[in-house]
Design a protein around this ligand. Structure first.
Ligand SMILES: Cc1cc2nc3c(=O)[nH]c(=O)nc-3n(C[C@H](O)[C@H](O)[C@H](O)COP(=O)(O)OP(=O)(O)OC[C@H]3O[C@@H](n4cnc5c(N)ncnc54)[C@H](O)[C@@H]3O)c2cc1C
Length: 439
């Protein structure tokens, strides 16, 4: 490949603030609101023109991880804090179904527009400054300290300087560019992507009691005819807050040559988008033909981008272990609970599920402190966790709480002249409890 050497350029310093957050998904929105509400000058960078990340742009469409796990017991909300606050705001606007059974736990389907508008409102009210349509592209690092980040948007390139940084990019872009070590899943194996969509004009009343197991039987039946291309035999279909709509977490993206598709490779993302849109039509046809109540339904819209479950995992002071999850481990430095199952999506090989009944594990603060970079925390799905552990802790309620923990840690770091490794964890936990978190 021939090369071109880009000449050096003088860049404008756009902002000098306390905290810079890259990524406006669940973790980023929570981090920005919490940091700004605590009086830190805060900037949040988001490459899309809206907040929500994989939960909205990738239309993962439900808040998972709020509830306990039990085969036959009652729902109990075990995560509150920013996660509970955001869910309450959505519900108050009619944008959330609080309880839909999912295996041994519950999830809360939401409306993507109401998610976006709620995030706009809460971010604006907090005073955090937003840069939409802005890509984080690089870091300026000296001796393990980030001195600034380089962003690029329609205006060109510029620098944003902060005292502290929080990587909420999902892909760990900021930590990676700053020199933090990372891994991809288990020996490079990561979970498959999904292209999600919505059907409308569904007659839910016609179905009776909605059971995903029935849909899975029908998927096998339809596949056996050879008339449908349905690589995923366990599609998830959820009732949306709008009573006519269905959330279709149904497709599974498998590369034509079977190789792993990486969300950090543009070629792979491009292939995934093409494959995803084709599969949407197959699953649309399948539900219209096979699922009672879907006969007159039709494709309403799709996610605006491919849904990414797993990307770079940043190596931190502690890596949440698979056994921590299955043994319901508790930590002195806990920042959030989770009873979400281990839910590993394996392309056309199905979904591996391990339920965590009657107890929950905790995520420790150290799983957000990256190695080799000092003034940085990671929050959301790029925190340090083994492959299966991440397949549990990556859901939205936990990402919200990690964003809150990172922001409140930044408050101590900046106001009390501490580092991520010298802050008082008790003080952080007290502050989280004050803001409603259950830890
Ligand atoms: C198909 C699918 C179904 C799922 N189902 C559920 C479910 O039912 N319930 C549940 O709770 N969770 C579900 N999840 C998981 C959940 O949606 C994600 O794990 C969660 O959204 C991660 O939040 P985050 O804030 O860490 O990252 P993300 O949501 O990925 O947000 C990262 C943000 O950073 C931005 N960004 C990235 N790089 C840059 C850059 N260089 N410059 C500027 N901005 C950047 C992105 O645009 C994005 O907005 C699902 C995920 C997928 C893919």
């Amino acid at each position: 490949m021939s090369k071109y050497i880009e000449p050096a350029k003088e860049l404008t310093i756009l902002e000098e603030v306390d905290v810079v957050i890259v990524g406006g998904g669940p973790a980023g929105v929570s981090a920005a609101v919490n940091a700004a509400e605590e009086g830190l000058s805060t900037v949040i960078i988001e490459k899309n023109g809206f907040f929500g990340g994989a939960n909205v742009g990738g239309y993962s469409a439900t808040i998972g991880g709020l509830f306990n796990s039990t085969e036959d017991g009652k729902p109990e909300q075990i995560v509150q804090g920013f996660a509970g606050r955001f869910a309450d705001l959505l519900e108050a606007k009619g944008g959330l179904v609080r309880l839909e059974r999912f295996g041994h736990t519950w999830l809360s389907p939401h409306d993507p527009f109401i998610w976006k508008e709620t995030a706009d409102e809460i971010i604006e009210k907090s005073g955090a400054k937003t840069y939409f349509h802005t890509n984080f592209v690089d870091t300026i690092v000296k001796d393990g300290e980030i001195e600034g980040i380089i962003v690029e948007n329609k205006d060109g390139r510029g620098v944003i300087k902060g005292k502290f940084y929080i990587d909420c990019s999902g892909d760990g872009d900021l930590a990676y560019r700053a020199g933090a070590p990372f891994v991809f899943g288990k020996d490079g194996d990561i979970q498959s992507m999904t292209f999600t969509f919505r059907m409308t004009d569904v007659d839910w009343g016609k179905y009776g009691e909605w059971k995903l197991e029935d849909v899975w039987k029908k998927t096998l039946e339809a596949s056996a005819t050879g008339n449908y291309h349905l690589p995923r035999k366990h599609p998830f279909i959820f009732k949306a807050p709008n009573k006519k709509q269905a959330i279709m977490n149904a497709t599974s993206i498998v590369a034509k040559d079977g190789r792993t598709l990486y969300p950090t490779k543009t070629k792979d993302l491009t292939e995934a988008e093409f494959l995803g849109r084709k599969q949407v039509r197959e699953y649309e046809r399948f539900v219209q033909d096979y699922i009672p109540g879907f006969e007159n339904s039709y494709l309403m819209d799709t996610a605006s981008q491919i849904g990414i479950r797993q990307s770079r995992t940043i190596v931190c002071d502690y890596t949440l272990k698979n056994e921590d999850v299955v043994e319901a481990k508790k930590f002195d430095s806990a920042i959030v609970r989770s009873a979400w199952p281990i839910e590993v999506h394996l392309g056309d090989k199905g979904v591996k599920v391990v339920n965590l009944d009657e107890d929950y594990y905790e995520v420790p603060f150290e799983a957000m402190i990256p190695k080799k970079v000092n003034n940085l925390l990671v929050a959301g799905r790029c925190i340090s966790a083994e492959h299966e552990a991440l397949a549990s802790c990556r859901v939205v309620a936990q990402c919200f709480e990690e964003g809150q923990a990172a922001a409140l840690a930044a408050v101590q770091i900046i106001k009390d002249a501490k580092t991520s490794r010298t802050i008082s964890i008790e003080k952080l936990q007290d502050k989280m409890r004050e803001k409603g978190s259950l830890i």
